[in-house]
Design a protein around this ligand. Structure first.
Ligand code: CA
Ligand code: CA
Ligand code: CA
Length: 596
């Protein structure tokens, strides 16, 4: 008989004695922490749904016990899930939504063990909400991060980007190969140190949209960043670090925007100040230019209210947006094909491509943002805003919904055709949300995310967050709480109620990624990775060739530094998480999850 089994029997006996002597208390000595009890590791709002999913067979009961004295405060039955998980097995569901008392707790399952500790309280995601935005501060290029703001992750400045070379692919008569331009600031894109306009586009648009949807909430966020004492909301200050870089990526001669600012090849896993490789701006493109136009048009609208603090910024953004638009109208199909570019020019560029070939969605997004900011119908009528009925979940190469969201959030100001279009989009968005939630409660993890294998490609965790945003838009339109409940279920998914038991955000949760594919996290002297980053998540595609513990779609994840296909971080994955968690925080009182 193994030691563990003996201690298991002994502890069962002790529990029996304990429960007999004192029905209210559980003795956890000699019991095991079980990673098979999966739930949101940060916890729950007092009046929100509370679900843990247990990966096991034939257990019947669960108890909620206090974290300190292990007193039983709630008992329930485990219910088998209606459907099997993607691995073919049913799970057991512990639903303790009826238990609403704030405090710190543990889930105890007789014959299995106990869970991580969690909280029930108002504002339960406040630190995460801030931390996911603060993550962008840690990605800032061209500045040092002092300890005062960065804590243990302080570091020197990297990539000043004030002497950037025009790559031959971007050369013009006025700016021939080797011309030096300055394009400092911006966020490092992901685990690498390059800066890509296409991926910055969706990221910055998503972050601006959080402000546009919840301005009074966002104004209260204090990030402890160098700009925290100015009179601009910190989230906007953080966004501005990237917008100011983006503005430098436009060629003032013609309005076109370079695809990226990059090394010729990826840096090693070193700190940012170590790398001194030449930096280039590479080839202008239609996607980059239209994403730029959309972001700067939206930024112009938002920063108009901060004219006193940031004089001239709103106008600069709008002028940049108009010039970019005009360039794209003249160059409507300039794709970025890195391989064919490398056949023509030296040095060859082998960093991220973000090569998009379909510009319908970028035209829609830019047209809507420019129309909303200028009220000039020429932008709106220049493209077919509703070319078909599709509602593609946002990704770096498909930004159609970002335009649709903006149209809906500014609906009150619409007239004529725009109003009619908004009504059509609203119906489609609600259908999309209804399709998401249909059957979600019958799944093994009771989440919208993971209903099918199709949810699990590269960056699957961002899909979960973007599905959450769709559901929040549906809630905003209808004020029907069911949509918000399902958005929250996807946040629960990301924070631990899933097939791997990971909370996928660095530094937030009990079992979190420790080895993300992220150069500063790998190269600094700190054991804990830089906090607040969403890793890509389960992806059976294995594009990096790193072995995975399972090829079941929702289990295809490994916490390995080499796994850029499952464990990298990226700004376009963090942004929808920022939106999801902050929107839920903003709505927690309105919808009754928390009460004053
Ligand atoms: Ca500020
Ligand atoms: Ca596209
Ligand atoms: Ca580290």
């Amino acid at each position: 008989m193994s030691f563990f089994f003996k201690s298991f029997l002994l502890s069962s006996f002790l529990i029996f004695v304990n429960i007999t002597l004192n029905a209210q208390q559980v003795n956890l000595n000699n019991l095991f922490l079980s990673e098979n009890i999966r739930f949101n590791q940060l916890g729950f709002y007092p009046n929100a749904q509370k679900i843990a999913v247990v990966s096991a067979d034939s257990l019947t009961k669960f108890e909620i016990i206090t974290a300190k004295e292990n007193k039983i405060v709630f008992s329930g039955n485990l219910q088998p899930s209606t459907n099997v998980a993607l691995n073919g097995k049913k799970t057991l569901i512990a639903n303790f939504s009826d238990f609403t008392k704030p405090g710190d707790y543990i889930i105890y399952i007789p014959d299995m063990g106990y869970s991580y500790q969690f909280s029930i309280k108002n504002d339960v995601f406040a630190d995460l909400a801030k931390g996911t935005v603060k993550a962008f501060y840690y990605q800032r290029a061209s500045m040092a991060l002092p300890e005062k703001y960065a804590g243990p992750w302080f570091r020197n400045a990297g990539h000043p980007d004030n002497k950037v070379l025009i790559h031959p692919s971007a050369a013009t008569e006025k700016k021939p190969t080797g011309t030096i331009i300055s394009a400092p600031r911006g966020w490092y894109d992901a685990g690498d140190y390059n800066k890509y306009i296409v991926n910055s586009g969706i990221t910055t648009g998503t972050l601006l949209s959080l402000y546009e949807d919840f301005p009074s909430y966002v104004k209260k966020i204090n990030l402890n960043i160098p700009e925290s004492s100015n009179k601009v909301p910190d989230e906007l200050d953080e966004i501005l670090w990237n917008v100011r870089w983006m503005l430098c990526m436009q060629d003032q001669d013609d309005g076109g925007v370079y695809n990226k600012l990059t090394n010729a090849f990826f840096d090693g896993m070193v700190m940012p100040e170590i790398t001194k490789l030449p930096r280039y701006v590479v080839q202008k493109g239609t996607s980059a230019t239209l994403d730029f136009a959309a972001v700067t048009a939206q930024a112009s609208r938002i920063f108009r209210k901060y004219e006193t603090q940031l004089p001239g910024l709103s106008d600069s953004c709008l002028n940049a947006a108009k010039k970019a638009w005009d360039w794209a109208i003249k160059n409507p199909s300039m794709s970025y094909d890195q391989n064919s570019m490398n056949n023509k020019y030296e040095p060859k560029i082998t960093t991220g491509g973000y090569g998009d070939r379909n510009f319908t969605d970028e035209f829609i997004w830019a047209a809507i943002e420019l129309y909303l900011t200028t009220q000039n119908e020429k932008y709106y009528t220049a493209v077919n805003i509703l070319p078909d009925e599709r509602m593609p979940l946002p990704s770096w190469n498909n930004v159609r919904l970002l335009g649709y969201y903006s149209l809906l959030r500014n609906e009150a100001a619409l007239k004529n055709n725009q109003k009619t279009d908004a009504e059509i989009i609203k119906k489609r968005l609600l259908k999309m949300a209804n399709d998401f939630i249909e059957g979600a409660s019958s799944t093994a993890y009771q989440t919208v995310m993971g209903k099918t294998n199709r949810d699990f490609g590269w960056g699957s965790n961002a899909n979960a967050a973007n599905q959450g945003i769709v559901l929040i838009q549906a809630y905003q339109i209808t004020k029907d709480k069911k949509y918000l409940d399902h958005a929250l279920s996807n946040l629960d998914y990301l924070l631990g109620r899933n097939a791997t038991g990971f909370s996928y955000v660095t530094g937030f949760g009990s079992k979190t990624p420790m080895f993300p594919h992220h150069r500063p996290s790998a190269a600094d002297r700190i054991k804990e990775p830089v906090p607040g980053f969403l890793v890509g998540g389960p992806n059976p595609g294995k594009q990096d060739g790193v072995a995975l513990p399972s090829m079941v779609a929702d289990e295809a994840y490994t916490d390995s530094m080499n796994s850029y296909a499952a464990n990298e971080i990226a700004i376009n994955w963090n942004a929808p998480l920022v939106y999801l968690v902050n929107a839920i925080q903003a709505l927690q009182y309105e919808c009754g999850y928390s009460k004053n």
